[in-house]
Design a protein around this ligand. Structure first.
Ligand SMILES: [Zn+2]
Length: 639
């Protein structure tokens, strides 16, 4: 879930009169005391409670954890929400009973980043940043640490120099899991009294290497020491950081995700901060300036004040001046294609760009560019373009605005020696009477690798494949051309799934999943049904499928969520990811063991796809005006 960006929309409660999931069948199996999650000894980043799931093999058994009664489902599955003491090492006492038989176990857990709040305490893991940094000479570097209120703190460099810390007004950000899932703000982890302290370092602590951008390792050195004093107590801890500033000069680089290994999607992803969200998607060939480095990430200076962090392995240093001149954008050319339109943006150098899409339009920002477009050529008849304009926003920033007279179904971008090439996709010609007929649909059975598992050991990959197979049959029965990204239990990486959908020019992608919560989030109050999307063309699809899934299972409607997930990141077609149920909840796991439950999931997907495409047929003016077998989108791969 790293880099998750979530925007929860529409969290309406369950609808009246809808279906409910089937009752859990009785099980009279072997009496046992099994914890499925977490693993014994796990390190948990949590507030005051967390969940455990497991089973006792027999629905007649009872279970207590630390003396509290845990409900046992008729099939022996259990889900527990237990208080965790404020201590580093925790040992829970589990006791299961069936008739005269008693099973007992102690279950160890470790609380992450726990600090005993006595003396000169600080939060281990709160030292920011750590690692090896190559920074331009003179650029201030702010260090932060969370420690006891009222402490006096210095960083002692190897040469003896001491850099003082002072308290800041900042508070730690809430954990991502709480922000994403916990709907009850009263249940958010309490602030635990730690204060953020900051110091600004301006000098070099270590001399730089011979080539800051390519040398794999920094020179060895003695790390500085953080000294925290409070009352009569002093804590000394090494700060694992090396800052290199010698000869760190800006360098011209070209981005290329082919290096050093294959499997490229032609896009280098940039983050807005180290460990931050995916924010930039640069086609191979983008040329810009690298100005700093943090471990294996390089910081790019994109122009107009913007920066991006990209993997060092995906950039190639090039000879070039310290300051690149802005690229010049020439006249724009639009040509019709089988999918819609191609826009060529001629550039003297492929500069960093960013796209902001809207349901019927798109803005392209070019950084480090100057416009010199005397004209733009539009196609006639077949175009769905309504407007195209550009303006020089600042000295080195150009914005192009496009508007379409139909919904924008998708877009993609590549770079070639002449500049950037965008392709814009118009909606497919949907048959209003049979919206699924002829449509190219990709069903992605989520996982493996990984995947959530339930208390009795049913795991996500098995269920998602079964649901995908049922849905594929139903869709084919209505004339859709369906491809599954995987058809066996063999693991398949996310990039390979997206590459398959892209190569088939999918018209719609649905990635099927079952949800799980992060540690420390209450599963009794936060389970339900949700659907993810990322781009505007997928919002209606997400809504249609979400409402069908909510109606099918009668679980809480967690709404649709914009999420930075690999399977909803594609821009060439509407793509959604469904989290229909939570396998960790005994009743929902039991439902997913049945053909009936899996069929309900599949039917909801099909109904959502059908109504989404039917809406498209209305908005594009009805059924196709030519027979399906004339389609320019014909692929032998489609069945
Ligand atoms: Zn999943």
């Amino acid at each position: 879930m790293a880099g998750l960006v979530m925007l929860l929309l529409g969290t309406g409660e369950t609808l009246a009169g809808q279906a409910t999931i089937p009752a859990i069948p009785d099980a009279r199996g072997t009496f046992a005391l099994q914890v499925r999650y977490p693993r014994a000894g796990s390190v948990l980043a949590i507030g005051d409670s967390t969940f455990l799931i497991g089973n006792v093999g027999d629905g007649r058994a009872t279970l207590t954890i630390d003396g509290a009664t845990i409900p046992v489902a008729p099939n022996g599955a259990w889900l527990a929400w237990v208080a965790i003491p404020r201590d580093s090492a925790v040992s829970l006492r589990l006791e299961a009973r069936l008739g005269e038989r008693v099973l007992r176990a102690t279950f160890p857990l470790v609380r992450a980043e726990w600090a005993r709040r006595t003396g000169a305490w600080f939060i281990p893991g709160s030292l920011q940043p750590t690692g090896q940094l190559w920074l331009p000479r003179g650029e201030p570097l702010t260090l932060t640490v969370l420690a006891a209120p009222g402490a006096s703190i210095v960083l002692q460099l190897a040469g003896g120099e001491q850099i003082p810390f002072g308290p800041t007004p900042s508070r730690p950000l809430l954990p991502a899991g709480s922000l994403a899932f916990e709907r009850d703000e009263r249940a958010w982890p309490e602030r635990d009294g730690a204060v953020e302290y900051a110091a600004v370092v301006r000098t070099a602590t270590v001399a730089g290497g011979s080539d800051w951008l390519t040398d794999p390792r920094a020179p060895s050195h003695t790390p500085p020491t953080l000294i925290i004093a409070l009352g009569g107590d002093t804590t000394r801890v090494p700060w694992p950081i090396a800052v290199m500033r010698d000869r760190v000069e800006p360098r011209t680089v070209t981005l290329d995700d082919m290096l050093p290994r294959g499997g490229s999607d032609g896009i280098v992803i940039g983050r807005n901060r180290v460990g931050g969200s995916y924010h930039w998607f640069f086609p191979n060939g983008t040329t810009t300036t690298a100005e700093a480095r943090h471990d294996a990430l390089a910081r790019l200076r994109l122009g107009d004040g913007s920066i991006a962090w990209v993997p060092l392995a995906e950039l190639r240093p090039r000879p070039g001046p310290e300051e690149l001149a802005p690229a010049v954008m020439g006249s724009l050319t639009l040509t019709p294609t089988a999918f819609g339109l191609r826009l060529r943006i001629p550039l003297t150098r492929v500069v960093p760009h960013q796209v902001v899409a809207r349901p019927r339009g798109l803005t392209i920002t070019l950084l480090d560019a100057v416009g010199d477009a005397d004209w733009s050529r539009w196609p006639t008849a077949t175009s769905f373009l309504a407007e195209l304009g550009w303006r020089q926003v600042t000295a080195r920033r150009v914005e192009l605005d496009l508007a379409f007279d139909r919904p924008l179904w998708g877009w993609r971008v590549s770079a070639d020696p002449f500049g950037l090439v965008f392709e814009f996709r118009q909606p497919p010609m949907v048959d209003a009477g049979a919206p699924l007929r002829g449509r190219a649909i990709i069903l992605d059975a989520g996982h493996p690798p990984l995947g959530a598992c339930g208390p009795t050991g049913l795991c996500e990959p098995e269920v998602t494949l079964a649901v995908a197979q049922i849905a594929a049959e139903l869709l084919r029965a209505e004339g859709a051309r369906v491809t599954l990204t995987r058809e066996s239990a063999a693991p398949m990486e996310l990039a390979a799934r997206v590459a398959r959908a892209d190569s088939l020019d999918a018209e719609v992608l649905v990635s099927i999943h079952l949800n799980a919560l992060p540690d420390g989030i209450n599963p009794f109050t936060n389970n339900g049904t949700s659907t993810f999307f990322q781009h505007p063309q997928a919002v209606d699809l997400a809504s249609e499928v979400q409402s069908r899934l909510v109606a099918a299972f009668g679980l809480r409607d967690l709404g649709i969520a914009q999420g930075d997930l690999a399977m909803v990141r594609p821009t060439w077609y509407p793509s959604i990811l469904t989290e229909g149920l939570f396998l960790m909840v005994p009743a929902q796991e039991a439902a997913m063991r049945t053909v009936e439950g899996r069929t309900r999931y599949a039917e909801a997907l099909v109904a959502g796809l059908r109504s989404f495409l039917a809406r498209t047929a209305v908005s594009t003016g009805g059924p196709p005006d030519r027979p399906q077998d004339d389609s320019p989108l014909d692929h032998p791969e489609w069945q």
